[in-house]
Design a protein around this ligand. Sequence first.
Ligand SMILES: C[S@@+](CC[C@H](N)C(=O)[O-])C[C@H]1O[C@@H](n2cnc3c(N)ncnc32)[C@H](O)[C@@H]1O
Length: 193
Amino acid sequence: MKLTDLKFLLEFIKDKKAVGAVTPSSPALAREIVSHGNLSDASVVVEYGPGTGSFTAEILSRLNDGACFLTIEQNRTLAAHLRKRFPDLLLFEDSVENVPRIIESLGHTEVDCIISGLPWASFSPELQDRLLRPTLSVLRQGGTFCTFTYVQSPLLPSGRRFRKKLRKHFSEVFTSSIVWRNLPPAFVYQCIK
Ligand SMILES: C[S@@+](CC[C@H](N)C(=O)[O-])C[C@H]1O[C@@H](n2cnc3c(N)ncnc32)[C@H](O)[C@@H]1O
């Protein structure tokens, strides 16, 4: 097992609900989720819950020149890991709940794209709402919100509840095909405001 994966596993053991996965997402899932972010049209991009940076690397490779890219990670150990891996990354060690204040501190009023690594299906209904509300408030009309979920999540009440909320709050919600090369296999929701 790689040291990065071990670090991630230890953080999962400490806080299962917030970390939500035993291992970082695979490069295949990173390619899938980022490919749905419409990054070629984006000048302000936010990543939620980068963890050890699986999606971050893929986002950085596809960003427009001059785009503002910021990440929000609340886990102190994972944030420290990210700072080492990406010394130039704009990283806020904070909760996604504070995204409006964070983008305002950078002089922005809205965001074109949000790529989320948060484990929404493991959150309570209240927490899902508390994090979705600020998300919707900063995303511009027509902006893209991408998130992933594991194949089993539509079978769970919390996963079904989250999908229902996405359909309620976004004008369009697309589901990708299953990414089998991920543990567990997963798919992406691409949501357009
Ligand atoms: C399932 S892991 C995904 C990590 C990485 N994106 C990946 O796919 O490998 C979820 C990440 O979200 C972070 N997280 C959970 N709740 C958060 C919140 N409210 N604000 C910021 N980060 C959060 C966790 O600390 C963890 O790093």
